[in-house]
Design a protein. Structure first.
Length: 263
C-alpha cells in the first residue's frame, strides 16, 4: 500500500487506521479477554492497592506518598464532590474517587511504554462507564422523588409557561435522559482514540522514514517526527488527566441535578 506524508512518497507504508485498535484474544477460547480487559483489570488492581495503602499508612506528619494520597482526596472531595453536589456529597464521594482513579489509570496506559494504548480508546469501555453513571444518577433521582416526580423534575423546568410544555418536555427528556450518556461517552472515547491515533501516525511514520526510506531528507523528516511525537505525548498526558477530571465532574453534576429539588 502506498501513502504520502507531506510531499514525500512512501511506498510500502501502511498508515495507522481503526484496525490499529483491534487486538486478538490473549487466551484461546476466551475471545472477550483482550488487551483492553487486561489493562482494565490491572488498572482496577492498581487503584485498589493505592487507596488501601493510603488509608492504612496514616501519620500526623505525612510521608511523601501519604501527601500525594491526601492531596488527591482533598482535591476530589472539595472541587468535585462538595462544590458540585453540595451538603450530601459524602455518600457519593467514594464512587467519584473510584471513578476518577479508574479512568485516570486506564487513560495513562496510553503513554506507558509497554502498552501505549488508552483503555477508553475502545468505545465499548466508554459506553460501559457511562452506562454505569447513567443508571446511578437516574436511580438516585427515582429513589428520592419516585419515577413520576423524577421525570417531572427532569423534563419540566420551573417557571415555564404551560403552552410551551409540549415543546419543552420532549427537548428536556432528550437532553437530560438520552443525550447526556451519549455525549459523556463519546467525549472520553474521541479524545483517547484521536490522541492515540495521532501518536501512531508520528511514531510509525517516523520509524518508516528513518529505517526504511533511502533519501536523506526522509530520514531527517523521520527524526523530526519522532521529536515532535514527544510533544504529542506531553499533550496526551494533559488530555488524559483532563478527561478523567471532566468525566468525574460531569458525573457529580448529573447526580446533583438528579437530586435537586427544582430543575
Amino acid at each position: 500500500m502506498s501513502g504520502v506524508i507531506g510531499l514525500i512518497p512512501m511506498e510500502g507504508y501502511t498508515p495507522p487506521s481503526t484496525e490499529s485498535f483491534e487486538f486478538p484474544a490473549l487466551f484461546p477460547g476466551l475471545p472477550w479477554f483482550d488487551r483492553y480487559l487486561l489493562q482494565a483489570v490491572v488498572g482496577f488492581g492498581l487503584v485498589l492497592v493505592f487507596w488501601l495503602v493510603m488509608a492504612r499508612k496514616r501519620a500526623l506528619v505525612p510521608s511523601k506518598g501519604q501527601f500525594v494520597g491526601e492531596a488527591a482526596y482533598m482535591f476530589l472531595r472539595n472541587s468535585v464532590g462538595r462544590d458540585m453536589i453540595g451538603h450530601d456529597y459524602r455518600k457519593y464521594l467514594p464512587f467519584l474517587i473510584a471513578l476518577f482513579s479508574f479512568i485516570l489509570v486506564n487513560n495513562l496506559w496510553g503513554i506507558f511504554p509497554l502498552t501505549l494504548l488508552p483503555t477508553a480508546s475502545h468505545v465499548g469501555w466508554a459506553y460501559g462507564l457511562t452506562g454505569m453513571v447513567w443508571i446511578l444518577y437516574n436511580a438516585i433521582g427515582i429513589k428520592k422523588f419516585g419515577l413520576g416526580g423524577y421525570l417531572q423534575r427532569a423534563t419540566i423546568p420551573s417557571g415555564v409557561p404551560g403552552w410551551m410544555l409540549p415543546l419543552i418536555i420532549p427537548l428536556e427528556f432528550l437532553s437530560n435522559i438520552l443525550v447526556r450518556p451519549l455525549t459523556l461517552s463519546l467525549r472520553l472515547f474521541a479524545n483517547m482514540f484521536a490522541g492515540h491515533l495521532l501518536v501512531l501516525v508520528f511514531v510509525l511514520g517516523g520509524e518508516y522514514l528513518v529505517l526504511e526510506s533511502e533519501p536523506l531528507v526522509n530520514k531527517v523528516a523521520g527524526f523530526a517526527s519522532w521529536i515532535f511525537s514527544m510533544a504529542i505525548f506531553g499533550l496526551e498526558l494533559f488530555v488524559q488527566i483532563l478527561q478523567a477530571y471532566i468525566f468525574t465532574v460531569l458525573t457529580a453534576q448529573y447526580i446533583s441535578s438528579a437530586t435537586a429539588e427544582e430543575h
